[in-house]
Design a protein around this ligand. Structure first.
Ligand SMILES: N[C@@H](CCC(=O)N[C@@H](CS)C(=O)NCC(=O)O)C(=O)O
Length: 218
């Protein structure tokens, strides 16, 4: 059975978890406590870069969440979560990359004061502006569709839709982005979202480890 190395607080993990559930892929979950379990020999043998998520499927190891999503889509194509038209592929990739390259680093910057790390106010302002630019881009892209690509959920919705709900924790409101709000509310009703929503106590308990992770960032 597919082995899934995870921790419920992690946004990088959650996108893989949601996909496994959406595709009804049977898996065995293996908790990696990020209070240094990731540096142990067992997990380092799975991922030499010592990060979750990772999967091992029939002996084939995949690390990096977006690579895992692509692998799962190719290996388990039904139900499809990736369109085939050039424009729609571009939409999925744009949404994914904005989530991981713009939204996520900005949220990490905004997490620093929450875990008692030093704060550069200029960087915080830049991070907030970045988040707002991405929210506006997503709002426009959603147009009148239910999802980023028409009426069917794709990887774009999984990657962005597991990060956008976190924005309210950082003081952002979705009220000025009605399409984004409707889309996020609709995703929140899916079983895969409900099963993977980190409980407040899980997030609270993870704060010391998040602090250590942020301190180690290059
Ligand atoms: N680019 C990687 C990022 C993975 C990542 O940073 N995972 C974090 C948890 S959210 C981690 O395992 N950190 C452990 C550490 O920094 O020691 C991906 O998308 O999979």
């Amino acid at each position: 059975m597919l082995k899934f190395y995870y921790n419920p607080f992690s946004g990088n993990v959650r996108r893989v978890w949601v996909m496994l559930l959406e595709k009804h892929i049977p898996f065995e979950s293996i908790l990696v406590n990020l209070d240094d379990d990731q540096f142990g020999n067992d997990f380092t043998a799975v991922n030499p870069l010592q990060r979750i998520p990772a999967i091992v499927d029939n002996g084939f190891r995949v690390i990096e969440s977006l690579a895992i999503l692509d692998y799962l889509e190719a290996k388990y194509p039904t139900p499809s979560l990736m369109p085939s038209e050039p424009e729609n592929i571009a939409i999925v990739r744009m949404v994914e990359m904005l989530a991981v390259s713009e939204l996520q680093p900005s949220l990490l910057a905004l997490t620093r004061p929450l875990v008692g790390l030093e704060v550069d106010n200029q960087k915080l302002d830049a991070a907030k502006e970045r988040v707002i630019s991405v929210m506006q881009f997503y709002e426009n892209l959603l147009g009148r569709h239910s999802y980023f690509v028409g009426e069917d959920i794709t990887l774009a919705d999984i990657v962005a839709g597991t990060l956008v709900p976190l924005l309210t924790m950082f003081g952002f409101s979705l009220d000025a982005y009605p399409r984004l709000k409707a889309w996020s509310d609709q995703l929140a009703m899916r079983e895969s979202w409900q099963q993977t929503t980190p409980l407040p106590e899980v997030l609270e308990a993870a704060l010391p480890n998040i602090r250590k992770i942020l301190e180690r960032r290059l």
